[in-house]
Design a protein around this ligand. Structure first.
Ligand SMILES: Cc1ncc(COP(=O)(O)O)c(C=O)c1O
Length: 289
């Protein structure tokens, strides 16, 4: 079952008009919430980011926080599997094609949940390869927009090299990756760019920051030069589906000693422990690091 504009229905029956501005302009925003053992992970943080994306794009938020939570819980309960990735998007709605905002249209809300695919055990243990590219996306990467053509083109570069991600540099500095945030480790310090308009404020990025601080792991948010990334002792990518994953090869060159490093292993363990704490607490309770 999927959810479309207030109704639960089979995927095959979920249809939208071709003049939906999401289809015509990519004029919409989205979220992806991981769900472990039917417990949505950091749901309030995801809903807060959705509210922010809607506010920044001036798309009317059709639901209250409580209504969002209710439909998400219902959708999760409808699925026959435990670990899920709940995807939801809101577009500006259906209107005659014109760039300027239409008046009095209802936003379109679509929601589906698929089995959650985390990196396989072997990839967690051995690490993954990445390539790099210039970050030529727009200057509002802080908005979780459904207009993802830049991200798709950039991700395809790594797909064609059998690599897990494309790391991005803008003006000689690290921004993020095509679908994840990036952390570098140098001499025991975790480094990552500050949250500004160049990157998506990742929910996993925030959790890594919280876990690092709560467990005495030094972490700094500042500009990270391309040269620092290439000479890092460790590189990690983070996202709701990848969780935290070590990058051990960048553009065919080894990072550190070519295996996931000690800080990665510690953070991975903290992340898994935190997940279990959330699952034990159940779906209505917020848990902090
Ligand atoms: C461009 C980009 N950056 C970062 C992230 C990580 O965000 P989160 O940790 O909230 O999944 C994503 C997630 O899809 C993304 O698409």
């Amino acid at each position: 079952m999927v959810f479309l504009n207030g109704k639960f229905l089979p995927l095959e029956d979920a249809k939208i008009p071709v003049l939906d501005r999401g289809f015509i302009f990519g004029d919409g925003v989205y979220e992806l919430v991981p769900v472990y053992a039917r417990v949505p992970f950091r749901l309030d943080e995801h809903l807060a980011r959705l509210e922010r994306s809607l506010g920044e794009t001036r798309i009317r938020n059709p639901y209250t926080r409580a209504q969002w939570r209710d439909v998400i819980f219902r959708l999760v309960d409808e699925q026959p599997f435990e670990d899920q990735g709940v995807y939801f998007q809101v577009t500006r709605g259906v209107a005659k094609r014109d760039h300027a905002f239409p008046k009095n249209v209802e936003p379109t809300v679509f929601m589906m949940s698929n089995p959650l695919v985390n990196p396989p055990r072997e990839q967690v243990e051995k690490g993954a390869a990445a390539v790099s590219a210039q970050d030529y996306r727009w200057q509002r990467c802080d908005i979780k927009s459904i207009s993802l053509i830049g991200n798709c083109l950039l991700r395809q570069l790594s797909a064609e090299s059998d690599a897990a991600e494309t790391l991005l540099f803008r003006d000689g500095k690290l921004t993020e990756a095509s679908a994840s945030n990036v952390f570098a480790v140098k001499r025991g310090v975790i480094l990552s760019p500050e949250k500004d308009r160049r990157i998506l404020p990742g929910i996993t990025y925030d959790l890594i920051a919280e876990l690092a601080s709560a467990n005495g792991m030094p972490i700094e948010f500042r500009d990270v030069a391309e040269a620092e990334v290439r000479a890092a002792d460790e590189l990690w990518v983070s996202s709701s589906s990848k969780e935290v994953l070590a990058i051990v090869e960048l553009d065919g060159r080894r990072i550190g000693d070519g295996a996931p490093g000690p800080l990665f292993r510690r953070m991975y363990e903290l992340y898994q422990d935190f997940k279990h704490k959330v699952m034990r607490a159940g779906k209505r309770e917020a848990v902090s690091a």
